[in-house]
Design a protein around this ligand. Structure first.
Ligand SMILES: Cc1cc2nc3c(=O)[nH]c(=O)nc-3n(C[C@H](O)[C@H](O)[C@H](O)COP(=O)(O)OP(=O)(O)OC[C@H]3O[C@@H](n4cnc5c(N)ncnc54)[C@H](O)[C@@H]3O)c2cc1C
Length: 337
């Protein structure tokens, strides 16, 4: 196993902060992972595509980049197909690959950066879909038990941008693969309920919805709204949308009847964090080398030469401003390292 030292992390995360790691290694198999863990690093973390984290300083441990590949059909019948996918596969390429095969189920999650292995960690979601909707099992290696374990969908305790892997198992496991079930043509069940999806389908005059055409609609929508990390450093939505007890949300709605809001069960209401931030006046504004994206205030962008520390400082200012204005605490979706 090769371990590099004093390595720049610039190519390995999407925010584009100039940080280094004391040690860096790439794993391509479970054996690689076991071997590297046997060197008993005092401090280590698993890295996927680096699109959901912010390095606020140099990392003084070992970064293990997961490049475990694989794409294998486990079961198949006329209506569905079950696939096991390696954690190091690129998520978006996997969406395109399955859409090309006319398998339906993850097309709404097109263009989300990062790896397959990170997808269950925060239960990635977009446009009315979440990865938990298709996951059957998650296979992972438990670092302390030194054991490969397989958890069913229920055992993963998925929630909104949440799972057991972000809580009880945080830092204790490495996801090796996920197993998902997708629909074949006779079972296709597209989710086009989001207004913007319906509008785009109508605008583009799309006659036949297939996994491929819908994935392309999502790609077009996302390209028009979100910054491409290859051009503008960012780590996606910086904060989670707060889910408030109805009574608390109603206080905001009484004052701002136009506020977008979504029911979550009978007792809770979700208010977009991007809207709250916009109302504090931060949309499109910058502080130092960091700002919020002019088209989406929820995304913090690196205007060039920003440090992670600066971004975190701005995030805390925004968090405080939202609390002062609305009495709502917004929590980061991004992993702060
Ligand atoms: C432009 C942009 C748009 C985005 N849009 C969305 C969106 O619509 N919806 C959404 O949900 N997210 C979105 N994200 C966030 C991000 O893409 C996802 O969270 C993605 O799943 C992160 O994958 P990654 O491989 O880059 O993870 P990383 O950033 O590398 O890691 C994230 C966390 O997971 C851990 N981790 C990674 N891989 C493993 C593994 N194999 N085993 C154990 N732990 C692991 C890391 O240690 C870290 O704590 C967006 C990000 C960007 C930059």
């Amino acid at each position: 196993m090769m371990i590099e030292t004093n390595k720049s992390l610039l190519p390995f995360h999407t925010f584009g902060a100039k940080v280094k790691t004391a040690q860096f290694s790439i794993i391509k198999s479970l054996d690689d992972l076991k071997e590297i863990l046997d060197t008993t690093p005092s401090k280590f973390m698993i890295l996927g595509g680096g699109s959901n984290l912010l390095f606020t300083k140099d990392y003084d441990g070992l970064i293990i980049k997961n490049e475990i590949k694989g794409f294998e059909v486990v079961h198949e019948n006329n209506s569905a197909v079950q696939i096991k996918i390696g954690a190091g596969e690129n998520w978006h390429e996997t969406v395109l690959r399955t859409a090309d095969l006319d398998w339906q189920g993850i097309e709404n999650l097109a263009l989300i950066p990062g790896t397959v292995g990170a997808s269950p960690i925060q239960n990635i979601g977009a446009y009315g879909a979440e990865v938990k909707d298709v996951i059957d099992e998650v296979e992972f290696y438990h670092h302390e038990k030194k054991e490969v374990m397989v958890y069913s969908n229920e055992e993963c305790l998925f929630g909104y941008r949440n799972s057991i892997f972000k809580n009880e198992f945080k830092g204790k496991i490495t996801v090796l693969s996920i197993t998902i079930t997708l629909n074949k043509k006779e079972q296709w069940a597209f989710n086009t309920s989001y207004g913007i999806i319906e509008n785009t389908i109508a605008e583009k005059n799309i006659q036949e919805i297939t996994p491929k055409t819908l994935a392309q609609v999502i790609i077009d929508i996302r390209n028009s709204k979100l910054p491409d990390p290859k051009e503008i450093g960012n780590c996606g939505s910086f904060f989670k949308n707060p889910v408030l007890p109805n009574q608390e949300a109603q206080k905001i709605l009484d004052q701002y009847p136009e506020a977008p809001h979504y029911k979550v069960g009978d007792d809770y209401t979700k208010i977009p964090a991007g809207w709250l931030i916009e109302k504090t006046g931060w949309k499109g504004k910058s502080k130092g080398h960091v700002g919020t994206y002019p088209k989406q205030a929820l995304v913090l962008v690196n205007n060039g030469g920003a440090t992670g520390e600066e971004a975190w400082d701005l995030a805390l200012t925004i968090k405080q401003d939202v609390f002062t204005k609305f009495g709502v605490t917004i929590e980061p979706e991004v992993n702060i390292i």
